[in-house]
Design a binder for this molecule. Structure first.
Ligand code: CUA
Length: 191
């Protein structure tokens, strides 16, 4: 009978093991919460890395994302800012024109639902959410073409939603930018 303990004893064993596992779970949760607090305070790591908001209802009417302001613009410091709007089921502009060897800042948002923003052969891979502006910085080191597919399921037309990024020689780009009349549309490679 020594190998078969009475029921009351097995109940105590089960209770002890349950308590032990409860302590393990509490310890894990405590470590995770401590990590969130530590990274948040010390590395300024917050779940949404940037919170810059915009009203999706009035994107096309006023402000930074009106249609004439979409595309590539040369800044005073020589860098280039590219503004993009995603909507079911296309990007505006459909073909982004950028110079090589130049710091590029993409500023993008969505006018309807969540879309994906990915440029092949780069580390740009993010989401575009209505109401928020997503900002990414990169430099393309050589001319070439990149695909820019939407990679967040956004509805029945999702698989047909993609754009191009055309990287051209810096001097050719700057020449095109300098030749633009004042108050004209931004540069893009939309035909
Ligand atoms: Cu837009 Cu998928």
């Amino acid at each position: 009978m020594a190998t078969n303990p009475p029921p009351s004893h097995s109940h105590e064993v089960a209770e002890r093991i349950e308590k032990r596992w409860a302590m393990v779970v509490i310890a894990i949760v405590t470590v995770l919460v401590a990590m969130v607090i530590f990274t948040g305070l010390n590395w300024a790591m917050m779940p949404p890395s940037r919170v810059e908001t915009v009203r999706p209802e009035t994107l096309h009417v006023s402000g930074e994302f009106i249609e004439s302001n979409l595309g590539s613009a040369v800044e005073a410091d020589g860098s280039v800012t590219v503004r993009i709007v995603a909507q079911q089921y296309s990007f505006t502009p459909q073909c982004l024109l950028v110079p090589a060897d130049t710091p590029i800042t993409f500023r993008a948002t969505s006018s309807d639902v969540v879309h994906g923003f990915l440029i092949t052969n780069t580390n740009i891979n993010s989401m575009l959410e209505p109401g928020y502006i997503s900002t990414f910085k990169t430099t393309f080191n050589k001319p070439g073409d990149h695909l820019m597919p939407c990679h967040e399921y956004c509805g029945v037309g999702h698989q047909g939603m993609w754009a191009h990024v055309r990287v051209i020689d810096k001097s050719a780009f700057m020449q095109m930018a300098a030749g633009l009349p004042a108050n004209s549309r931004r540069l893009s490679c939309v035909k």
